[in-house]
Design a protein around this ligand. Structure first.
Ligand code: DER
Length: 257
């Protein structure tokens, strides 16, 4: 109950603070917290959202938008030179620099696509998600979307990088075999020791942070993971100072807990 209340409060506050009436293009993430974001937007009433178009990050997100009676459009229909005004999404873990682990719902690829197409990225998460460093509370590992036939080699590379027991995410009851994402891919969850922040190294923390003695800094790990052949996208939204999800993308304007 407390968690659901926290999700709802965070969602309503985020919409109040960051859905401006002048906005016309809004990204909607995936998961259970973003359900409250859509609820809060729908609660504004049809007149307030009449000129707004909502861009989903997967099948669940698409259903949320449609069920709320909001206008739906897909990110591939957004002219490449243009951006969304804002994107709202959840996270599995948020560190002190607003780096995120995402992908608990296996929607990370389209989530990152939409997030990087937005001028502003607003992360909405309940109090459980905030921690000092990524990997402290979210123990399941960094979600990585992979080409199924590349999975064995990606697993081997992750082990060589110091991941503890990386594994292909199994299907839920009723689905034999691996989970298949909205994009027809698999998810590998790769646990690492908590990821260092830039300030750790500066403040005399473990100097390396680049995999030496098995300790990684967020951006060093992200840069290595994305280059593994067969990796389509990684569930790390990161930046040295706040969230630069990808070059050119804006840092997050806020995270709500
Ligand atoms: O899969 C994702 O990245 C989702 O945003 C997920 O991590 C958040 O899910 P929750 O809001 O249900 O915790």
């Amino acid at each position: 109950k407390l968690v659901e209340t926290s999700k709802r409060l965070a969602a309503y506050q985020a919409v109040k603070d960051h859905l401006l009436s002048s906005y016309t293009r809004i990204g909607i993430g995936s998961g259970s917290t973003v359900v409250y974001v859509v609820e809060a937007i729908a609660a504004l009433g049809p007149a307030a959202t009449a000129d707004m178009i909502f861009y989903p990050t997967g099948a669940q997100s698409e259903d949320l938008i449609e069920a709320a009676g909001l206008r739906l459009q897909y990110i591939n229909k957004l002219p490449a030179a243009e951006q969304l005004d804002v994107a709202f999404d959840g996270a599995d873990e948020v560190d002190a620099d607003l780096n995120l682990i995402k992908g608990g719902g296996a929607c990370l690829w389209q989530e990152k696509l939409v997030a990087t197409a937005a001028k502003r990225f607003v992360c909405v998460a309940d109090f459980r998600k905030l921690s000092a460093r990524l990997g402290t509370s979210w123990k399941k590992g960094i979600p990585i979307e992979v080409l199924p036939m590349a999975a064995p080699r990606v697993l081997a590379e992750l082990k060589a990088m110091g991941s503890h027991n990386p594994r292909i995410r199994p299907g839920l009851p009723g689905k034999a075999g691996a989970i298949v994402t909205d994009n027809g891919m698999w998810i590998i969850d790769a646990p690492f020791t908590p990821l260092l922040l830039p300030r750790d190294a500066e403040e005399g923390g473990i100097k390396a942070g680049n995999g030496d003695n098995g300790v990684w800094q967020v951006d060093a790990l992200a840069d290595k993971l994305i280059k593994i052949p067969g990796v389509a996208e990684i569930g790390l939204f990161y930046g040295n100072n706040g969230l630069e999800i990808a070059s050119g993308a804006q840092k997050p304007v806020a995270a709500y807990f």
